[in-house]
Ligand binder design. Structure first.
Ligand SMILES: [Zn+2]
Length: 303
């Protein structure tokens, strides 16, 4: 039997920032790994396994150095969660895995935190690799509904109390409700401005169906829009376009990151940021090529 202890964490502002950054990076990796699994399956009919994705991590970190800020086992756990979601689906225990939005990716796990004497070397603190010694207090009773809590679940192994079992840092409910409503208002406002600007400047607007990325050749803008709600953004775009007699075309999202403008398949692993087509020689950022493929599909639909 394992015993689970629950602690409340009291991170410093820098540590809190580090924890939130960890969550964001883990969620991006999860979604990117899911995209890879789905496109490879759709194009080649083969399954990308956990082991294959884990083996890609070193190359992935080289291409995206921001991931060096996250403990490698935390990243492995993130791929493991995705694999678990697919395994549950294959067994018939759950539906097809979804992409994760920020409000659905709220925890990260240290699967092998190491020896107790190192992890709890400082009294009243826990050592989280890449984040540092974080102050904690033992917790009794339920505070799940409290705003702003951060929580640590530690399991101990009764057979060997010197070993920490996997532990789990939950950053749910970070924002108090009032602040959350303000954020929602700001995001709606942002979406209105951006959709207005796009409709003003273009006669044809091409977007992927139900897909949060790659729709505009601007990483910062597309990231902000992804955070603010893609579905709502499409709604704003479509009624603003209709009002001004412009055209909004939604195209199938299938394989847009794995195809060249010339029509050739250009499969890409997680770590490949550059599109290099052997058929036509095109070398370009993968997001830009995806956007061009989307536009081309839209033009085919309109023609
Ligand atoms: Zn090509």
């Amino acid at each position: 039997m394992q015993i689970t202890y629950q602690f409340r964490l009291y991170p410093t502002p820098e540590q809190e920032e580090g924890m939130i950054r960890t969550l964001i990076l883990c969620r991006k990796l999860y979604n990117r790994a899911k995209e890879q699994r789905d496109t490879v399956y759709n194009q080649e009919g083969t399954t990308v396994t956990y082991a294959m994705q884990q083996n890609e991590l070193p190359a992935f970190k080289k291409e995206f150095p921001e991931y060096k800020e996250v403990h490698s086992q935390v990243l492995q756990d993130c791929l493991r969660r995705l694999d678990d979601a697919y395994q549950r689906f294959f067994r018939g225990d759950a539906g097809f895995p979804h992409y994760k939005s920020a409000d659905r990716y709220l925890s990260f796990t240290y699967p092998q935190p190491g020896a107790v004497d190192k992890t709890f070397a400082r009294n009243g603190y826990v050592y989280l690799s890449k984040i540092g010694f974080v102050r904690l207090r033992a917790h009794h009773g339920c505070f799940r509904r409290l705003a702003g809590f951060r929580c640590l679940y530690v399991h101990t192994d009764p057979h060997d109390p010197s070993v920490c079992m996997p532990f789990y840092v939950d950053l749910g409910h970070i924002r108090p409700v009032e602040r959350n409503q303000k954020v929602v208002r700001q995001r709606k406002d942002f979406l209105h401005k951006q959709s207005h600007r796009i409709v003003q400047g273009h006669d044809l607007i091409a977007v992927e169906q139900l897909k949060v990325k790659n729709m505009i050749c601007n990483r910062r803008l597309s990231k902000s829009i992804a955070d603010a709600g893609w579905r709502r953004f499409i709604t704003y775009l479509s009624y603003k376009a209709a009002r001004q007699g412009k055209r909004l075309v939604e195209v199938p999202a299938h394989g847009t990151s794995q195809t060249c403008i010339c029509g050739a398949d250009v499969p890409k692993t997680l770590a490949i940021r550059l599109h290099e087509c052997e058929a036509c020689g095109l070398v370009q950022d993968r997001d830009i090529v995806s956007a061009q493929v989307i536009l081309q599909r839209a033009l085919d639909i309109v023609a």
